[in-house]
Design a protein around this ligand. Structure first.
Ligand code: BT5
Length: 337
């Protein structure tokens, strides 16, 4: 199998169990025999799996007569590494990982038809056809966190607009907590650092009569990317205003710890929505907003509106005061004037 085709799910049992055993013996060597016995593998198969783990970035020492010892874990966002220490109940229960994929959004769409996929995550090291809203392009080189979350909430259609708000707020909170940065939120779905885009969100919804059938939240996070490389790819798009990276190339911030924190915050907020506690979410979003209080132009397929952004509604709609009236906008792109 080439690197490009590698994919894993959280149900990749042997590798996952082997990592768990190696982790529980970190201070000592574990013999090939013991590994084999615990995993039901021959010594040769143990060796093959150790090689596989090494190719995934795990540092494993092997010593004749003593066996194997894990000296460093991988920074690849493998399903069992994301699960290890993940404090959520629904989001991330199942995880699908790809080295390369066209778009995690497209794969999640295929999962949506299957049962037992509520909360499943699709994550890729890089995407070859990453999507933004309205089929715009999303530059997705390796170093970023590109993921889709499949949810089947028992909500009404009117609640779809909550999800960009929830997700961008969860991103901001987890960035603050784990990386000690102060990001801003740009309506409807951007997270920015120094006025440059560091993450974007896309929500694909399937609805049946007035109910949500499923939602796929696509989240693109420039975790450790070269902004210059993204600028090169995205600069020709009309709405591009510059890309930022969350952490620098040489930082040792762990993308897995960051992702776990984000999924946790998102589930907390999601539970608040289920409990109908929307006011706190709206206030927390507004506090971090770079949009509210500014004169803006909001462009959408139905035209342009010029006015002052005065707030957001409980459902995430932008409130724009224009010509003496306050209008509620659910979609659009903002530019400040
Ligand atoms: C978004 O759209 O911001 C939604 C991005 C969602 C991407 C995720 S990655 C995982 C999942 N799988 C997918 O295929 N997609 C989702 P929008 O608000 O329409 O912004 C798109 C615009 O952002 C582009 O037209 C560019 O101007 C700019 N852009 C593209 N790539 C960028 C990047 N990596 N960083 C910053 N800006 C970028």
């Amino acid at each position: 199998m080439t690197n490009k085709q590698r994919s894993y799910t959280s149900l990749d049992d042997t590798l996952e169990k082997m990592v768990r055993l190696l982790k529980s013996h970190r201070s000592e060597y574990i013999s090939g025999e013991e590994l084999g016995r615990s995993l039901g593998l021959s010594r040769a198969a143990v060796w093959k799996n150790v090689k596989k783990l090494q190719s995934l970035g795990y540092k494993i020492n092997s010593k004749q007569k003593s066996g194997y010892r894990l000296t460093a874990k991988t920074s690849m966002m493998l399903p069992w590494e994301i699960s290890d220490g993940l404090q959520t109940e629904t989001i991330g229960r199942k995880i699908y990982y790809f080295d390369a994929i066209d778009s995690t959004q497209i794969f999640a769409l295929k999962l949506a038809a299957r049962p037992y996929e509520n909360g499943s995550i699709v994550i890729a090291k890089r995407q070859t056809r990453g999507k933004g809203r309205q089929d715009r392009k999303w530059a997705s080189p390796s170093g970023g966190i590109w993921l889709s979350i499949l949810l089947k909430p028992n909500f009404q259609v009117s609640q779809v607009s909550l999800f960009p708000m929830l997700t961008s707020l969860a991103l901001a909170i987890s960035i603050e907590k784990t990386l000690k940065l102060r990001p801003k939120l740009k309506w409807p779905n951007d997270v920015t650092l120094n006025n440059k885009k560091v993450a974007g969100i896309l929500v694909d919804a399937s609805v049946e009569s007035n109910q949500i059938d499923y939602l796929i939240i696509g989240i693109g996070i420039n975790f450790r990317v070269k902004p210059g490389a993204i600028n090169k790819i995205a600069k020709t798009s009309k709405n591009f205003y510059g890309a930022a990276t969350l952490v620098g190339k040489k930082s040792d911030d762990d993308p897995i710890a960051f992702l776990q924190a984000f999924l946790f915050e998102l589930e907390q907020l999601y539970n608040k929505v289920i409990a109908n506690n929307l006011r706190g979410i709206k206030n927390d979003w507004e506090k971090r907003s770079s949009t509210i209080g500014k004169n803006v132009i909001v462009s959408s397929t139905s035209g342009k509106i010029k006015g002052r952004a005065v707030g957001i509604d409980d459902d995430g709609a932008l409130l724009v005061s224009s010509k003496g009236k306050v209008q509620r906008l659910l979609v659009g792109d903002i530019s400040q004037i």
